[in-house]
Design a protein around this ligand. Structure first.
Ligand code: NAP
Length: 332
């Protein structure tokens, strides 16, 4: 079969379209004929050699590596102990995360059934492949963590703030993968949603339910917003703590990417800061799948690239300003 591999860390050009054996399935696994594979930031962090991670958290890498966690496809074979899925089922999922052995940039993938759900009928394979990591991240931050594993960043177990009408949620990085699902989930729960993104995304975000859209290229959201209940920040990085001024006492900041907050300052302001590392969860995807089928959630597709041009897809990602998801088409 064909799969994307890289034999050394580096830029998008290290991604090669190689011939490799079809993977064998073990207990609890199915073989999936991949129709589409979604692209997520951990894919390019891995390609770059995980230099984004602090050295003490960085695992040793053994090349060649095949990136990818997210897929949508059709079950081609099942292990003898598998009862959940049968040959011919359409499935989607995020495989073995946290971890870097999902290997979904390939024509066939061995997938643990615990990480899969039936593909929502309302989504085609491209849309379904775009959803898993981004929607599970927004879901586990905002709706239901689904496990008791402490965050590796704080050592604490995250507990989502129950969202309800009358509450205000600000989503920073609102047009990206995680952000556009956070906007829709907060809207679904009846919250007033403020989306912060560059201006080109305004129509996209209003269609997804945003009540206000702030163009960060012309307006500093922290100067025009106050008394927010929850900030979910998919941008993070240095300067993220400026969002403390927009959150009311008793409110919460959810940094999706690394961001440093001074614990003494957040305690003085009465603001909780909580984060998670998203985890694979097939049953949660089944629940979320019903929202796709009911039309309460949709997947924004920024662009598609054939599997053979994974390098082009990663180059697109590096240019930033992503609207929704970038997806690799594997079986046209
Ligand atoms: N904790 C976890 O488990 C977890 C899980 C998934 C992802 N993440 C992290 O979360 C981050 C977001 O992931 P993603 O998949 O959503 O990324 P993404 O699809 O690349 O989206 C990032 C978005 O941020 C916007 N943006 C960039 N600079 C901005 C700024 N200064 N203010 C507001 N928006 C800005 C970009 O578009 P515009 O600039 O055009 O608005 C883009 O739409 C990544 O760093 C990823 O590593 C963490």
């Amino acid at each position: 079969m064909k799969a994307i591999q890289f034999h050394e860390a580096g830029g998008p050009d290290v991604l090669r379209y190689d011939d490799v054996p079809v993977p064998e399935i073990g207990p609890g696994e199915v073989l999936v004929r991949v129709h589409a594979a979604g692209i997520n930031p951990p894919d390019w962090y891995l390609r770059e050699g995980l230099t984004v991670m602090p050295p003490e958290m960085r695992p040793a890498l053994e090349f060649p590596l095949t990136p990818g966690t997210d897929l949508s496809g059709v079950v081609e074979a099942v292990a003898p102990d598998v009862r959940e899925f049968a040959v011919g089922d359409e499935v989607f999922g995020m495989l073995r995360f946290p971890g870097f052995d999902g290997r979904t940039y390939a024509e066939y993938v061995a997938a643990p059934v615990s990480d899969l759900a039936r593909k929502p009928a309302a989504l085609d394979h491209v849309q379904a492949a775009g959803a898993p990591m981004a929607v599970l991240t927004a879901w586990q931050y905002l709706i239901d963590l689904g496990h008791e594993v402490p965050s590796p960043f704080t050592g604490r177990v995250h507990s989502p703030v129950p969202l309800a009408p009358g509450m205000t949620v600000l989503v920073n990085g609102a047009a990206g993968g995680v952000g556009h699902f956070a906007v829709q989930l907060a809207t679904w729960k009846g919250a007033h949603v403020i989306a912060v993104a560059s201006g080109r995304h305004e129509q996209f975000l209003r269609k997804l339910g945003a009540d206000e859209v702030i163009d960060y290229t012309t307006t500093d959201a922290t100067e025009v917003t106050r008394d927010v209940d929850v900030v979910i920040d998919a941008v993070g990085g240095p300067g993220a703590a400026r969002f403390l001024t927009v959150v009311k006492r008793g409110g919460t900041i959810l940094p999706v990417f690394f961001a440093e907050y001074d614990p003494e300052e957040t305690a003085r302001l009465g603001i909780a800061v909580s984060n998670i590392q998203v985890r694979s969860d097939g049953p949660q995807l089944a629940t979320i799948g019903r929202l796709f089928d009911e039309g309460k959630l949709q997947v924004g597709v920024d662009s598609t690239y054939p599997l053979s041009d994974a390098a082009g897809a990663h180059a697109r990602a590096a240019r930033g300003h992503i609207q929704g998801k970038i997806v690799l088409t594997v079986l046209p």
